[in-house]
Design a protein around this ligand. Sequence first.
Ligand SMILES: [Zn+2]
Length: 81
Amino acid sequence: MPREKVRYRIVCWDTETRLEPLKRGQQIHVVNYLSARVTCTECVDGEEDPECEICSNLDGDVERTKDWFVLFDYLIILLFF
Ligand SMILES: [Zn+2]
């Protein structure tokens, strides 16, 4: 009997950071840029479904790639592809 495939969303991301002083010689990584890719266990094994219910956001749209960057330490810019 074949095992039932578990369906779930997969989000992979990478960041670029800069080092900022924290205290007494310590530093902290602060995110400058983040790029994320969305897929799921259904789409990753075959052809990506442009209307996949697992990959879609709350508005029902499938946005596979998203990028964010921080400008002036307080303004976050979202890019959609
Ligand atoms: Zn999917």
